[in-house]
Design a protein around this ligand. Structure first.
Ligand code: HEC
Length: 179
């Protein structure tokens, strides 16, 4: 192999290396990876999102004494049909899924002997006032979060007042409504 042949070979080799190098540079330039400056995905920001509409002013609820003043025990008895699936209403009635409700107004909370109340209701304490019963019937879980009373709640205030009027009648000495 002569020196000039070697030279040409070296030149050819060098030339191809330069060529490959140029192609690599070019592809790197064309297909440059977009390296994120911060790790993770870009999440949509709340900027520009419309602020939640101001909550409407809480609807004015009619005070309980006013609802009780026009309450109807007969309607309440009809509305209490759903309660009767779990409660008896007779004097000395047996416990069903829930305790007997005769004379419940004014009696201490969770006080029927022999009935196995939830710890949650036992912890509530106090006596069953109309106000307390109203809250209870509206949302049992909001008064005793761990209650065993599987009843979602009666949302209609007047219906609750009617039921309270019916409960009032279940007594030898009915407790008068609060003024
Ligand atoms: C699915 C069954 C069920 C239904 C329906 C139900 N209750 Fe109850 N109720 C219970 C159970 C169980 C308890 C005991 C709760 C506890 O220990 O946490 C209870 C407890 C009560 C208590 C407390 C009694 C006490 O001695 O302290 C009152 C008052 C009451 N219920 C009223 C009602 C009324 C009024 C209705 C209808 C609007 C109703 N319940 C519907 C199952 C029911």
């Amino acid at each position: 192999m002569t020196a000039s042949t070697l030279n040409r070979l070296m030149l050819a080799l060098f030339g191809s290396l330069v060529f490959v190098g140029l192609i690599m540079e070019y592809t790197a330039f064309v297909f440059a990876p977009q390296v994120a400056k911060v790790a993770g995905y870009a999440l949509p920001t709340s900027a520009g999102a419309t602020a939640p509409a101001a909550a409407p002013a809480a609807a004015k609820e009619t005070p309980l004494p006013e609802l009780l003043a026009k309450a109807d025990a007969a309607k309440g008895q009809a509305d209490a049909k759903i309660c009767a699936t779990c409660h008896s209403f007779e004097k000395g009635g047996a416990a069903k899924i829930g305790p007997d409700l005769w004379g419940v107004v004014g009696r201490p909370v969770a006080s029927v002997a022999g009935f196995s109340y939830s710890d949650s209701l036992k912890a509530a304490g106090g006596d069953w006032t109309y106000d307390k019963l109203d809250h209870w019937i509206a949302a049992p879980k909001s008064m005793a979060s761990g209650t065993k009373m599987a009843f979602a709640g009666e949302k209609d205030g007047q219906k609750r007042a009617d039921i309270l009027a019916y409960l009032q009648s279940l007594s030898d000495a009915p407790v008068p409504f609060p003024k």
